[in-house]
Design a protein around this ligand. Structure first.
Ligand code: TRP
Length: 328
C-alpha cells in the first residue's frame, strides 16, 4: 500500500468563527481529509504572540474553536485534532531551528513588517513575535508534513519553513521534507462593509448567527449605488452582495447577474435571498454544534487522543534531530 501523504494545518483560536475562516483553510481541510494523513491543530502558542496581555481569552476560545471544527466536519477518525501547547517537542525543535535561522530572514518577512505597522494597539516588538515563523516551521517540520493548506497571507511563512528545512538538511544531513502549500481557491470573503471579513473590523457574519442576524447584516451592505429604482440596471461586478452569490450559488451566477442587469429584482429581495442561502448552509453546522456544546467531555477526549498520537510522532522526530546534533 502506498502511504498517504501528510497534510497539516494550524488554526488560531482567537474567537468565534466567521465565513472568512470557513472559506480559508478549513474548507480545504474538510474536503481533502480523506486523501491524506491529517493533522489539524489549534495554535495557542502562536496566539500568545499577539494576545500575551490577555492569555485567558485564548484558553476560553480553545474548546469553542475545537467544537466549531468538529461541527464543520473535521472527522477525528481520520484527522488528528490537537492543541499546539500539548506538544512539548514543538518548542524544543523551535529552539534548534532558531539557532540556524538568520535574523535577517525574520526581519525581512513581509507579514512581520506589515503587522508591526498595522497592529498599533498592541506592543509586538517582542522576540516571540519576531520568531513567529520559526515556531510555525517547527509545527510543520516536527510532523514532516508534505502539504499545508493556508491562505495567501501565510505563503511567506511557508517559504521560510522550506528555507529553514534546507539549511538544517545542509548542515546536518537530509532529514526534513520541504512542505508545499495548498492554497484555498475561493476568493477572499468580503465583510458587510466591503473590506476583507475580519472580526476586528466588525464586519463579520459568524457561523453561529441566526437567520435574523444574517439578514440584518446583509441588509446593511452597499450594493450598486447607481441603482435607485428596481428597474434601474444594476452592475453586479461592483456589488458586495453579489460576491456572496459567487461563493454560494456558483452555478447560478449567470441568472443572478442577468436579473440584476435587467433591473428585474430589487436589492432588498436579492439580499434576503442570499441571506437565506447562507443561513441554510449553516443549519447543519449549528445543529451539530449544539450537540457538541452539551458534550464537551467528548471534545476534550478528541484533543487528548490527538495529543497522545502526535506526541509519539513528534518525539520520534526530536530523537533523530537530537542524534544529528549530538545531543543524546
Ligand atoms: N500562522 C497561521 C495563521 O495565522 C497559523 C499556523 C500556525 C499554521 N502554525 C501553522 C498554519 C502551521 C499552517 C501550518 O493562520
Amino acid at each position: 500500500m502506498v502511504e498517504k501523504k501528510i497534510m497539516l494545518t494550524g488554526f488560531r483560536p482567537t474567537g468565534k468563527l466567521h465565513l472568512g475562516h470557513l472559506h480559508g483553510n478549513i474548507v480545504n481541510m474538510v474536503k481533502y481529509q480523506h486523501n491524506y494523513d491529517n493533522y489539524f491543530f489549534l495554535v495557542d502558542w502562536h496566539a500568545l504572540s499577539t494576545e500575551y496581555q490577555n492569555p485567558l481569552n485564548i484558553k476560553n476560545n480553545l474548546i469553542e474553536c475545537a467544537i466549531d471544527l468538529l461541527a464543520l466536519g473535521i472527522d477525528p477518525g481520520i484527522t488528528h485534532l490537537y492543541r499546539q501547547s500539548d506538544i512539548a517537542e514543538i518548542p524544543e525543535l523551535t529552539l534548534y531551528l532558531s539557532m540556524i535561522t538568520p535574523l535577517s530572514w525574520l526581519e525581512r518577512c513581509p507579514t512581520y513588517k506589515e503587522q508591526v505597522k498595522e497592529l498599533k494597539t498592541k506592543d509586538i516588538s517582542t522576540l516571540g513575535f519576531l520568531s513567529y515563523p520559526v515556531l510555525m516551521a517547527a509545527d510543520i517540520l516536527i510532523i514532516n508534513a508534505d502539504i499545508v493548506p493556508v491562505g495567501e497571507d501565510q505563503l511567506p511563512h511557508l517559504e521560510l519553513t522550506r528555507e529553514i528545512a534546507r539549511r538544517f538538511n545542509g548542515l546536518y544531513g537530509d532529514y526534513f521534507k520541504e512542505p508545499k502549500e495548498l492554497l484555498s481557491k475561493s476568493t477572499r470573503v468580503v465583510g458587510t462593509d466591503g473590506r476583507k471579513m475580519s472580526k476586528s473590523y466588525g464586519n463579520a457574519i459568524f457561523l453561529s448567527d441566526d437567520y435574523k442576524t444574517i439578514k440584518t447584516k446583509i441588509r446593511q451592505m452597499i450594493t450598486d449605488p447607481s441603482r435607485i429604482k428596481i428597474t434601474d440596471p444594476g452592475h453586479p461586478e461592483i456589488c458586495n452582495v453579489f460576491s456572496f452569490y459567487k461563493i454560494y450559488l456558483k452555478n447560478k451566477t449567470d441568472e443572478i447577474e442577468n436579473r440584476c442587469r435587467d433591473g428585474r429584482i430589487g436589492c432588498i429581495k436579492c439580499k434576503d435571498e442570499i441571506a437565506g442561502v447562507i443561513y441554510d448552509s449553516l443549519k447543519e453546522f449549528q445543529e451539530k454544534r449544539k450537540i457538541l456544546e452539551s458534550d464537551t467531555g467528548y471534545v476534550r477526549n478528541v484533543l487528548s487522543a490527538g495529543k497522545d498520537y502526535v506526541r509519539n510522532v513528534s518525539s520520534a522526530t526530536i530523537k533523530i534531530v537530537r542524534e544529528k546534533l549530538g545531543i543524546e
